[in-house]
Design a protein around this ligand. Structure first.
Ligand code: GDP
Ligand code: MG
Length: 434
């Protein structure tokens, strides 16, 4: 996922003892790879890189920030910019036309929007103008009932349905669900135009799925050439690794992203805020929290310790604690570039961590150094379980998590010249650069 990879790229920078021009360039290269992989347009990635490089290395560094903090702030701000402006919904009497291709999520989104405006005290009429698929009308009728909005449709062509619906509509918000196509074509264009003329909507939302990546930009431009799109709603942002690609492509066309769909349920709709979107990718609610974390990230000593002693049960435990407190930005594994450690290993509950600490306290020095001793001795296992007030299964679980990570570290050391990498990372730059 885009978020994981972005966090790793930034963690690599924050894990460095010294940040210099080369480190910034490496970060930019990593960012490029990550963004291209989630289908962000090449040109946009190039522009973003250029801006980050310029701002990070050549311009306004605030005195109070270290270079490392400054760079991360610039990256955050540029990502927010890449992902477009935030949206402020109208909370007044208005008419909405939803358009988009088959299966993009129009009908579901119509119901989500109905709930959204109802929650804000507005009455809502849902108009079924998808005359292509009879089942679509029934789908919307049922959803309308579920959210408590009035539903209207009749047997006619789309524009006529809308005309009839408008006749005695008294609701504050009128939402029209239109028919899709497999691909954009003249017939769809004509139908949308006709609805548009009759409805005269204040908002025209194009519904797209986040998983189409940068094609979303082209789609937005196509639809916009037929009816003036006032906002894009990107659905399935809950499951798509290409969501960032879709949003950035839409933003680049100048179209606004209005809402994002984040699940199949009626409440899974969010007003689009690019800061929030980027914040979530980075695992931080906002820039301030991000800056706080950077100040606290794992120390050089942690890196050195793992290098000189290898992974011990104690360094492992320390990293579990750090991962809980600081997230990926602060954990040594991701700084070392060992990225595929399973989430459930890194994200432990408070309760579990307490148990682990108690287990470690019940281990002998030799056991801590070589946990295999515990595995192979029933007596040791029982002693540690008893001493820490845990079950033997708990102890086994902790051991197997440790072994999993140990195996990955070993593989990593073999694969990639761990020593050289560590040395480079620790030496970083002549002291004084930062
Ligand atoms: P339409 O053909 O454009 O009207 O699309 P539908 O509203 O019928 O939705 C197509 C499918 O996408 C349905 O199975 C929806 O449940 C699903 N869907 C819509 N929005 C979202 C979303 O935000 N997240 C997820 N995971 N699924 C969604
Ligand atoms: Mg539909």
């Amino acid at each position: 996922m885009l978020g994981d990879k972005l966090r790793e790229a930034i963690a690599k920078l924050t894990g460095k003892a010294y940040v210099d021009e080369a480190a910034v360039k490496t970060l930019i290269k990593d960012l490029q790879k990550v963004l291209l992989a989630s289908d962000v347009n090449v040109k946009l990635v190039f522009e973003l890189s250029k801006r980050i490089e310029e701002r990070a290395l050549r311009s306004e560094k605030k005195e109070a920030l270290t270079l490392k903090e400054h760079v991360v702030k610039v990256v955050y701000e540029e990502l927010v910019r890449l992902m477009g402006d935030s949206y402020t919904p109208r909370i007044d009497k208005h008419k909405i036309l939803l358009c988009g291709l088959y299966g993009s999520g129009k009908t579901t989104t119509a119901a989500k929007l109905a709930k959204f405006y109802k929650n804000r005290g507005l009455s809502v009429l849902l108009v079924g103008a998808d005359v292509d698929r009879p089942a679509a009308q029934e789908q919307l009728r049922q959803l309308a009932e579920k959210v408590g909005a009035r539903f209207y449709t009749t047997k006619a062509d789309a524009a006529a349905i809308v005309r009839e619906a408008l006749k005695d509509a008294k609701e504050d918000v009128i939402i029209v669900d239109s028919a899709g196509r497999n691909a954009f074509d003249d017939q769809l264009a004509a139908e949308l135009k006709a609805i548009y003329e009759v409805l005269k909507p204040e908002e025209v939302f194009l519904v797209i799925t986040g998983d189409i990546g940068q094609v979303a930009g082209k789609q937005a431009a196509e639809f916009n050439s037929i009816v003036p799109i006032s906002g894009v709603i990107a659905t399935r942002m809950d499951g798509s690794g290409k969501g960032g690609g879709a949003l950035s492509a839409v933003a680049a066309t100048g179209a606004k992203i209005a809402f994002i769909g984040v699940g199949e349920k009626i409440d899974d709709l969010e007003i689009y805020k690019s800061e929030k979107f980027v914040g979530r990718l980075l695992g931080m609610p906002d820039l301030e929290t991000l800056m706080e974390k950077i100040k606290q990230v794992a120390k050089e000593e942690d890196l050195k310790k793992i290098e000189s002693e290898g992974l011990t049960i104690e360094t492992f435990y320390e990293q579990l604690k750090a991962a809980k407190k600081l997230g990926p930005l602060g954990n040594v594994f991701s700084m070392l570039g060992v990225n595929n450690i399973p989430k459930d290993v890194l994200q432990q509950s408070e309760e579990k961590l307490k148990k682990y600490e108690a287990m470690i306290n019940s281990m002998t020095k030799a056991e801590k150094k070589d946990p295999k001793l515990i595995r192979s001795s029933k007596g040791r296992l029982a002693r540690i379980a008893k001493g820490s007030g845990c079950s033997e299964n708990d102890v086994r679980e902790f051991l197997s998590q440790f072994e999993k990570v140990e195996k990955m570290m070993e593989k990593f050391q073999k694969d990639r010249g761990f020593r050289t990498k560590m040395e480079k990372m620790l030496k970083g730059m002549p002291p004084g650069v930062m």
